[in-house]
Design a protein around this ligand. Structure first.
Ligand SMILES: [Zn+2]
Length: 332
């Protein structure tokens, strides 16, 4: 079974404040153009180009997933609707066209249409408070969403007890897992809020709640931070309920395949049952590595690259990454 635990199928540009689009657009464009090199030099060239990597209806991705043999894909709803907090981030550019209820409802509807393949996670900024809690309750009980996606780069800390713990308590009650973005981000988002270490106390305080730290805690990322990957691995090794996903790992492979395999080996050596395959697609298709490409580089790696990296992977390890570990995490 192949499970992609990290996709953004179903989103469209109107879900995001326009202030985020230059960064979002640029980073995907630059990865394609430079394979991850020369970010500073290329950045200004890409900021005004329209993004062509969304799939609001989910139909295009569904066809591709069928073709390449992905059995399940987790659709993670993103909530950047409150990035206007703070005096430097005011005005219409920091407001999304759709409400957070409408954004989540749309992802739930897309999932319903392709329910044999898609699993939806509700996404909400905990600063919505009671309104956010009500949304999570409705999304899970009435719309069939099956997990919570958090993206603290919008401006809050995931270990904030007053703000976030009511959401973790609700997830425990609803028996749904939590997937949280970890690692660096571009303006007006801020990576300082998304260090994996914040989940150390959260994972201890909610031992029954299953967590996935996205992007390996920040190491598998379009802006990779190796020390955050180390923290992610350590957390997954000491907490039974902490997993890591590989979303955006294609960005590392596109730049340096040897580094990609070495980093994966390093994680597998410490937490073999805790690494979950994820893509961050359809956005990361812009690296030139689509769903099929990411599967292929894991299932049929180039032996000369593995030799150069000095690593190898067993079939069981790859099967674990591709779906077996996720089955456990998602309780499928
Ligand atoms: Zn993502």
């Amino acid at each position: 079974m192949i499970i992609d635990v990290h996709t953004h199928i179903g989103h469209s540009p109107e879900d995001f404040p326009s202030a985020w689009m230059p960064g979002g657009t640029a980073i995907f464009g630059y990865m394609r153009a430079t394979k991850g090199r020369a970010w500073e030099a290329k950045r200004s060239e890409w900021v005004s180009r329209p993004r062509k990597t969304d799939d609001p209806s989910g139909e295009e991705s569904y066809k591709i997933l069928n073709k390449v043999g992905v059995d399940k894909a987790v659709l993670l709803t993103l909530d950047f609707t409150l990035i206007s907090e703070g005096r430097y981030r005011q005005g219409p550019d920091f407001v999304a066209a759709r409400s957070i209820e409408d954004i989540n409802r749309h992802i739930a509807d897309v999932t319903k249409k392709y329910s044999d393949k898609y699993i939806a996670f509700v996404g909400v900024d905990p600063r919505y408070g009671r309104r956010g809690l009500e949304l999570v309750r409705t999304a899970v009980r009435e719309w069939g969403m099956r997990g919570l996606k958090l993206h603290s780069c919008a401006g809050w800390y995931p270990n904030d007890r007053e703000l976030c713990y009511p959401f973790y308590e609700l997830c425990s009650k609803l028996n749904i897992p939590v997937l949280a973005h970890c690692g660096m981000e571009l303006y007006p988002l801020s990576g300082k809020y998304a260090d994996p270490i914040f989940f150390d106390e959260v994972a201890s305080d909610f031992p029954d709640l299953q967590f996935c730290l996205a992007h390996g805690g920040g190491g598998f990322s379009h802006v990779p931070a190796r020390h955050q990957y180390d923290v992610g691995i350590s957390l997954a090794s000491i907490h039974d309920n902490v997993y890591l996903d590989m979303g955006s790992g294609q960005a590392i492979y596109a730049r340096d395949p040897v580094e990609f395999y070495r980093e994966l080996r390093r994680g597998l050596d410490r937490v073999p049952g805790k690494i979950l395959w994820g893509t961050d697609n359809p956005w990361l298709v812009s690296t030139g590595i689509d769903w099929g490409g990411y599967i292929n580089l894991l299932r049929n790696p180039d032996q000369s690259v593995l030799d150069k990296a000095g690593v190898s992977f067993s079939k069981d390890e790859i099967d674990g990454i591709m779906g077996e570990n996720a089955k456990h995490w998602l309780n499928l």
